[in-house]
Write a protein that binds this ligand. Structure first.
Ligand code: AVI
Length: 331
């Protein structure tokens, strides 16, 4: 029998198929545009997941350690803020991954006998299966329902499963991987999926010494370069393309005026690449725009929250003042 702790709502084979079709459409469209562009959400196949794990462990990549510092050392503050209303809730995590950070909060809430259920949402069913097993072992008694699929479809599903108030976690600085207007649209859509009084906890990487930021994305070991180049390899593997990976170089740039840290792949030669039946020409030195990792000031965060129907109640920042988890209440 399926217990509360065993539930995983999977995406169907049909939905998997349409994800692959979407990948093909997006790649062809992005490489047909001027300037050429690929979407950073496609970094994360199995190899990309592994490379991202390596990035998070790199000495230069401070983001994960800073947010872990918040969840390890400010757990009581976070817990107090989200349990203030005193009623039972669903703790929904968008892009839960291995929940390393949130598990500090989960353990604390269970120890305090708080009435809640954990609902991790992730596009990867594999990640959710591993997470489900891990949390069952590490946090006995944790009610967990895994939701496999895209954030908003699954958020809607979560609402159908339970009518309790929601606390939505969106950690890791993932909001920074959206262009400004995308971030705005994302927060507006998020607001539509929650009710007045519901809480969102969003992680933001803060503006800081520009060299510190650039170094985090331009590591000496070349792991970030490999992470970017893996997207081309993924296109070769999944879309029958013939990129010569060695003839592209990673280039990273941080602009302290805008807070945008951007990654590019630069073509080392004039070359042609075929994807399916489509031929794409690259000029020598032409770039593919791969990703933005936007950095924020507290004012930037305030503007985003206010423009999308939220009010900031509190921002919990790590001991270095480099990363913040901002607590928003929907109004
Ligand atoms: C997932 N995201 C928050 C990472 C970031 O910092 O923008 C992705 C990443 N790209 C290169 N390094 C890390």
């Amino acid at each position: 029998m399926m217990t509360q702790a065993d539930k995983t709502l999977h995406i169907s084979a049909m939905e998997q198929g349409s994800i692959k079709d979407q990948f093909k459409t997006d790649v062809k469209k992005g490489l047909g545009d001027t300037p050429k562009k690929l979407q950073s959400k496609y970094f994360y196949d199995a190899i990309g997941d592994g490379l991202f794990q390596q990035i998070m462990a790199m000495p230069e990549y401070y983001l994960t350690r800073c947010e872990l510092d918040i969840f390890k050392n400010r757990t009581v503050d976070l817990a107090t803020l989200i349990t203030n209303a005193g009623t039972a809730f669903d703790l929904i995590e968008l892009g839960a991954g291995d929940a390393t950070k949130s598990s500090y909060l989960l353990k604390h809430l269970i120890r305090q006998n708080i009435e809640f259920a954990y609902m991790p949402i992730d596009i990867s069913g594999n990640i959710l299966n591993v997470l489900n097993e891990k949390l069952k072992a590490d946090i006995p008694g944790l009610p967990i329902t895994c939701l496999e699929g895209d954030y908003f479809t699954m958020l809607k599903k979560a609402t159908k499963i339970s009518g309790r108030r929601k606390v939505v976690l969106f950690l890791g600085g993932n909001i920074g991987n959206m262009e400004q207007e995308e971030a705005l649209a994302f927060c507006l859509e998020l607001r539509e999926h929650v009710n007045p009084g519901d809480i969102v906890v969003m992680g933001f990487d803060l503006k800081k010494n520009p060299q510190t930021i650039l170094d985090a994305y331009n590591d000496k070991a070349g792991i970030t370069a490999a992470f970017n180049l893996n997207m081309l390899a993924r296109i070769n593997r999944e879309l029958k393309a013939n990129f010569n990976i060695d003839s592209f170089k990673h280039y990273q740039n941080y602009d302290p005026l805008t807070g945008a840290c951007r990654s590019f792949l630069i073509s080392c030669d004039d070359q042609k690449v075929s994807i399916d039946e489509k031929i794409i020409s690259f000029a020598k030195d032409e770039f593919i725009y791969m990703e933005v990792s936007q950095k924020f000031s507290q004012e930037d965060i305030q503007v985003l929250a206010n423009a999308t129907g939220f009010e900031i109640t509190c921002s919990v920042t790590d001991s270095k003042g480099w990363f913040t988890d901002s607590l928003w209440v929907a109004h």
